[in-house]
Design a protein around this ligand. Structure first.
Ligand SMILES: [Zn+2]
Length: 507
């Protein structure tokens, strides 16, 4: 692809329409576990070596005759709706960048695929529409998507191709950017103009707690993808979807591209049928906090048991401040237990001003306004404090510089238990062992690690865990979908694997 000018930009948001907080523009500007809004040539330095799709695309495009034209990249921690102001401003910046770099030979976008704005339930579809308004329909446009994308007909129509993560935990984000570059190369090569798209939506939703690709049947679905690719079928992908999004086209999809229409359709149908057949095997084994803690306390292997607080995962829009699991640990007189992370800037500030080894009496967590959630009031000993800046070390976030504001390690004051809590000032999913280690805690030496994450933690925590249990405690990220008050799903979609069908509401 000699001397080609390719514009690159990214904007990622995973929208949980049931979450308590929205995403204004400032959420996209600030850094958290991921970099803040970055523009122009700074993108290259900010992205270098990171496990992010745009980094992988840049890496794959480097060294040849490709001239990359960097516009911007931004993301916000998952939450409810993206404000229309934020969406309009970010898309305007991308479109202005495309105009400034014209003429362009192609465009690559690093998108999530499950963004919902205040005015548009298909955020990426609208973004692609506005981008096409600038570059027209003849300029090749390829994007990468998160495994949790809720892919829509409009998105498929507007992009020439998508590459989708194939792992959950997402250890292949950069690899997906590399695959996007390969797909673009093939599309722009000899076969340009002959590419065929195949798209199928599955008729059921899959809760995130049942989507882990380390285990069957999702492991089998993703293992099938590369075996279906060849010289004619270029790209096979399966987006497992993001269920806490009350939109018409919520749910899993098969997304395929290649130069032979018949072969692409046959491969897509095979993948679709395989995923349908997997429905009976999609397991979602959730325990009550008391059940899970009982099992953990009965485990005597000398290794920690991980209790995943799957419904208060900030990486899926949870507030990361519910206290149901914390109260259960205290009630059950757990020992050697550490819970991470409760997002409570006030508690972190109180610990900072009191100082290490001092006692504080505070209201912890429970402040995000969710029904039935109140803070835990109690006495805590401040065991450590940090500035919340630390380098991640796990397979998913390796090299990422977390920057989540003042943090504290608090020991629950009750003498009949041994429970500690890690508190932060910004939300971050607990998916990296460095969160514990930078606070001075060796996770391998604890009995119980109670962590606010659904699946991503597994990449770093499963290797050190005696067992991993999924806990159904309060949170804004529902993992049982049967009682979720959906209004906008398409009628006929099943709410869970083998679950009941969603009925259209009578007006
Ligand atoms: Zn995801």
């Amino acid at each position: 692809m000699g001397n080609l000018r390719i514009a690159i930009a990214g904007c990622q948001h995973e929208t949980n329409t049931f979450a308590p907080m929205t995403a204004p523009f400032e959420e996209f500007v600030k850094a958290d576990a991921w970099p803040g809004l970055t523009k122009g040539d700074d993108l290259f330095e900010t992205m270098a070596g990171k496990n992010l799709p745009l980094a992988g695309f840049v890496d794959a495009a480097g060294g040849g005759d490709v001239q990359l034209c960097p516009i911007l990249w931004c993301s916000a921690e998952p939450s409810s709706y993206v404000s229309q102001d934020a969406f309009d401003r970010i898309v305007r910046m991308i479109c202005d960048g495309l105009r400034a770099y014209a003429p362009l030979d192609a465009v690559y976008l690093d998108l999530h695929g499950a963004m919902v704005t205040e005015e548009c339930e298909d955020g990426e579809g609208e973004l692609l529409h506005r981008v096409r308004g600038v570059i027209g329909h003849d300029t090749p446009l390829i994007a990468s998507l998160d495994l949790h994308a809720n892919v829509t007909e409009r998105m498929i129509a507007l992009a020439d191709g998508f590459s989708v993560f194939r792992t959950y935990p997402h250890v292949d984000m950069a690899d997906t950017g590399r695959r996007a570059f390969e797909l673009l190369q093939r599309y722009m090569g000899l076969d340009r103009g002959n590419m065929h798209k195949a798209f199928r939506k599955l008729p059921f939703l899959i809760p995130l707690s049942a989507q882990c690709t380390t285990f069957e049947p999702c492991k089998d679905i993703y293992a099938l993808l590369p075996t279906l690719e060849n010289n004619d079928v270029w790209s096979m992908d399966f987006a497992a979807g993001f269920p806490p999004a009350d939109i018409h086209e919520c749910g899993p999809a098969v997304v395929c591209y290649g130069r032979d229409a018949g072969q692409v359709e046959r491969a897509a149908e095979r993948l679709y049928r395989f995923a349908l057949d997997a429905e009976t095997r999609l397991d979602n084994p959730l325990l009550t906090p008391d059940q899970a803690i009982g099992q953990a306390m009965a485990t005597t292997t000398g290794k920690p048991v991980v209790l995943a607080d799957v419904q208060d995962n900030p990486g899926a829009g949870g507030s990361s401040d519910t206290i149901g699991l914390l109260e259960a640990l205290i009630r059950n007189r757990a020992t050697g237990a550490v819970l991470a992370i409760i997002n409570d800037p006030g508690a972190a500030r109180a610990a900072m001003s009191a100082g290490v080894d001092r006692m504080i009496e505070i209201d912890l967590g429970g402040k995000s306004g969710q029904p039935g959630q109140v803070p835990y009031h109690g006495r805590f000993k401040v065991e450590n404090t940090t500035d919340g800046c630390f380098l991640c070390t796990g397979a998913m976030y390796r090299g990422m510089q977390a920057n989540i504001g003042p943090m504290a390690l608090l020991r629950v004051g009750n003498e009949d238990c041994d429970v500690r809590v890690i508190v932060s000032s910004e939300r971050m999913q607990c998916l990296d062992l460095s969160i514990f280690r930078h606070m001075g805690i060796e996770p391998e030496r604890q009995n119980i690690l109670a962590i606010k994450s659904t699946v991503h933690f597994r990449a770093d925590f499963d290797p050190i865990a005696a067992a991993t249990l999924l806990v159904e405690a309060p949170g804004a990220h529902p993992c049982r979908l049967l009682n979720v008050p959906y209004r906008n799903l398409r009628p006929g979609v099943r709410l869970e694997p083998m679950g009941p069908v969603h009925m259209a509401r009578q007006v």
